[in-house]
Design a protein around this ligand. Structure first.
Ligand code: UD2
Ligand code: MN
Length: 773
């Protein structure tokens, strides 16, 4: 009764509103609950899938790495931070962010920036001794320094960066002592926080940029605890984790961030000498022994033996490399080390650096080609040691073949898609392999070289080198390093991580598609032992359709040594000269005269040197339809100074004030007239005085001159000009023990040979243009 009373009139209406609101509220709550479950369900599903995927991938990695523990994920890294990173990466990939365009890559053709038309200034070293390679002056590109410094290295060491200071060459042509990256002193107040405050540049030089495996590990020194920079430690672990997490993304887009693998054989002893690439010190008591052992390798062998074979080294890659993506489906590689009498610990460190820092699925095998070493420890002991590592295979050459043919032997055995040649005293840095293989993958005619960093021969510290350096050569085919000018870098908007087109490679470290290597005819098998093969393969690659690049995101340390620690089967200088002559004859076309003219005229004397048969090499060049050396200079290395003659134009006689004329097979004089071809001569690099193919020859017996077909091997066709201070303007017949000079008759009608007279104007000759002294 009471209830029905309330439900009458407005009460009824209010009750209806109340009931409706309650119902609405219930419905709303149900809907909300539903959507929450949905989201949770989806999230859970994602998580489970991700975990499963991660688990699966980790299992594959760990099985592949049986002996080497994979780096652990740093517990400091918050899960949220990781998933944030992961989401960012996914976002980048889905938004279609491509890896940043490589150095000047035109859209049509990846990986090319046009060096033609570039204007890096080149400091020419005038005092090149043909047989001696000079060491680089240390040069660091700092904004504002607009010059390019040439590096002509005896040991081919690129210049280690040193805070913008130029280090002087020592008189003996060796590298002046570097300031090595020093371990912080034991009582250093540095802790994790102070490390992080160090400027990136300072970090690099102080070698604090460390990629550490045993994450969270502290470097304990007395009471002070110093940790490696946490952000770097984190960076690597996040990336590995991301990579493992992002398998599904990889499948979609085919790109991933470079794997920063760095595994250890056993936990790292942070106090070990040379650990983290720091300079190691010889205890005072051992100084004598370390000196005694120097010649075993021509570096500090004593220290090398004390440094862990799997030490960590600083990750010296430019920061930008962390963002670069590489393709998922990279080719596999066979790493080939050729060695002869290599130091035990150094050889092991080289091998471990490859095993520990290469993605296992890309490393098909490591081939150790023993070029008939004499050291006992490189026999059974090496076999036994390497037997632990199924990927390592030792190939023993029964006789000493030399580096070049040893590499051919290694390549013949290789099964990987790509051949990666390395010297046997190197340390591959974190993430070194994928960026190299990626370039070969993009275009199989790309030959990729890592940046070669310096392992200091005295204290074994790992020293990073300047960026923007590329391999070049100077006459007579002397390899060196050259830093791109800041102007050029700015104009072409070249990023520090962009691949650099490289006119010639240093020779020791590069990746090349295996089949392409053979299509190019591999190395000229006529090259002997060591030297010059880097020129041969470089010219061949460029002129026959390929490209050589230096990849800044791939870095490998190398011990540059003052001397070769092995015996040369033949005279070293003669071997290298002969190799270079073969290269010049096959590849340099008319430019080969420039090579001979820079101190190698004796190589033209067939009685003195036999450079062997070149027919096959010349045929190969024809078969491959390779371009001319002129094309190479214009398109690949336009900075090269390569005038085809030393001097050219009219040959003016100071006494008669007339010019030399060649007409109807004889020489005479005429009123100087540039328009007359008969008055045009050139003074060549091989010192001939010629017009087209006709050369002026000295007839010593008759004290006269004649004209005959040019032949660079004939000494009686050579004239000295501008080579002698007192007789600079003279043309001196080179063959005669007594100086005989070309002289114009006072009537201006005849030319003859007369004893040289420094003051006679009739013996002084000027060419219209001089291109070189
Ligand atoms: C450089 C190259 C080197 C090679 C050389 C010749 C770099 C870092 N190094 O001189 O790879 O191109 O120029 O032009 O670019 N070896 C043999 N048999 C021999 C001689 C040497 O197996 O008869 C091995 C040797 O053990 C080493 C490698 O070949 O692993 C290169 O020799 P090197 O280190 O003496 O040459 P390097 O670095 O002075
Ligand atoms: Mn070497």
């Amino acid at each position: 009764m009471k209830v029905s009373k309330y439900l009458r009139g407005s009460g009824r209406f209010l009750a209806f509103v109340f009931v409706a609101s309650v119902l609405w509220l219930l419905f709303d709550m149900a809907a909300l609950r539903l959507s929450i479950t949905d989201v949770n369900g989806q999230l859970m599903k994602d998580l489970v899938l991700k975990e499963r995927q991660l688990d699966k991938t980790q299992k594959t990695v760990t099985t592949n790495l049986r002996r080497y523990p994979v780096q652990k994920v740093n517990p400091d890294v918050e899960a949220s931070e990781r998933s944030e990173q992961f989401r960012r990466q996914v976002g980048e990939v889905y938004r279609g962010k491509k890896p940043r365009r490589m150095n000047g890559e035109k859209k049509a053709k990846p990986g090319v920036h046009d060096l033609a038309g570039s204007d890096p200034k080149v400091d020419v070293d005038q005092n090149q001794n043909p047989s001696v390679r000079k060491i680089s002056p240390i040069h660091k590109v700092t904004p504002g320094i607009a010059t390019e410094k040439e590096v002509l290295a005896k040991t081919k060491a690129p210049s280690p960066g040193q805070d913008g200071k130029h280090t002087k060459l020592q008189s003996n042509g060796t590298i002046p002592p570097q300031t090595p990256p020093k371990r912080p002193p034991k009582d250093s107040p540095q802790d994790a926080n102070t490390f992080q405050k160090i400027e990136p540049d300072a970090l690099k030089h102080a070698v604090q940029t460390i990629q550490i495996i045993n994450k969270g590990e502290s470097v304990v020194r007395g009471n002070v605890t110093a940790k490696p920079p946490q952000h770097l430690v984190n960076a690597s672990s996040i990336q590995t984790r991301e990579l493992l997490n992002s398998t599904s993304v990889r499948k979609k887009d085919g790109l991933h961030k470079v794997m920063n693998l760095d595994v250890t054989i056993k936990p790292r002893d942070t106090d070990a000498p040379g650990q983290f690439g720091w300079a190691a010190e010889v205890p005072l008591d051992d100084l004598e022994e370390s000196k005694r052992r120097w010649s075993e390798g021509y570096f500090n062998v004593f220290l090398s033996d004390r440094i862990p074979v799997d030490r960590a080294i600083p990750d010296t890659r430019p920061q930008e490399c962390m963002q670069n993506l590489v393709h998922d489906e990279l080719p596999t590689t066979s790493v080939i080390f050729c060695f002869v009498d290599e130091v035990w610990s150094t050889l092991l460190r080289s091998v471990h650096s490859v095993l520990n820092r290469s993605p296992p699925h890309l490393l098909k095998e490591i081939l150790l080609v023993d070029d008939c070493s004499t050291k006992d420890y490189l026999k059974e002991k090496l076999d036994a040691y390497m037997a632990q590592y199924p990927k390592v295979r030792i190939i023993r050459l029964k006789e000493r073949h030399g580096l070049i043919r040893a590499r051919l032997a290694g390549a013949a055995e290789a099964k990987g898609d790509v051949l990666t040649f390395l010297d046997s005293h190197i340390e591959c840095n974190v993430g070194w392999l994928e960026p190299l293989l990626d370039r070969v993958h993009i275009d199989r005619r790309k030959v990729a070289c890592p940046v070669i960093e310096v392992i200091n021969d005295k204290d074994m510290s790992y020293v990073m080198v300047d960026n923007f350096q590329r391999g070049i050569f100077k006459w007579p085919l002397v390899f060196g390093w050259s830093t791109l000018s800041t102007d050029y870098i700015r104009k072409n908007n070249i990023k520090v991580s962009d691949p650099l087109r490289c006119p010639v490679m240093a020779g020791g470290l590069f990746s090349i598609d295996r089949k392409y290597f053979y299509e190019l005819g591999a190395y000229d098998p006529g090259l002997d032992v060591w030297g010059g093969e880097n020129m041969e393969i470089s010219f061949k690659i460029w002129m026959c359709g390929g490209e050589i690049e230096i990849i800044p995101c791939s870095r490998v340390g190398h011990i540059f040594r003052g001397e070769n620690p092995y015996a040369f089967p033949k005279d070293r200088q003669k071997t290298v000269e002969r190799n270079l002559a073969r290269v010049a004859e096959v590849w340099l076309d008319e430019h080969k005269e420039i090579f001979y003219g820079h101190g190698y005229l004796h190589l033209l004397d067939k009685n003195l040197i036999d450079i062997g048969n070149l027919t096959e090499q010349i045929q190969l060049r024809k078969k491959l339809q390779c371009k001319s050396f002129k094309w190479y200079v214009e398109n690949v290395y336009p900075e090269l100074e390569a005038p085809l003659a030393k001097a050219e134009g009219l040959v003016f006689n100071v006494g008669t004030r007339k010019c030399l004329v060649q007409e109807k097979g004889s020489l005479s004089f005429g009123i100087c007239d540039l328009s007359k071809q008969s008055q045009h001569f050139s003074y060549s690099w091989v010192r001939t005085l010629r017009q087209n193919n006709t050369c002026v020859s000295a007839q010593v017996a008759e004290r006269g001159v004649a004209l005959e077909a040019c032949d660079n091997t004939k000494p009686h066709l050579r004239w000295l000009h501008k080579s002698n201070k007192i007789l600079a303007e003279h043309l001196i017949a080179e063959t005669h023990f007594q100086h005989l000079c070309l002289e114009a008759g006072s009537e201006g009608d005849i030319v003859s040979l007369k004893p040289c007279d420094g003051s006679s104007p009739y013996q002084k000759w000027h060419f219209t243009h001089y291109f070189a002294q």
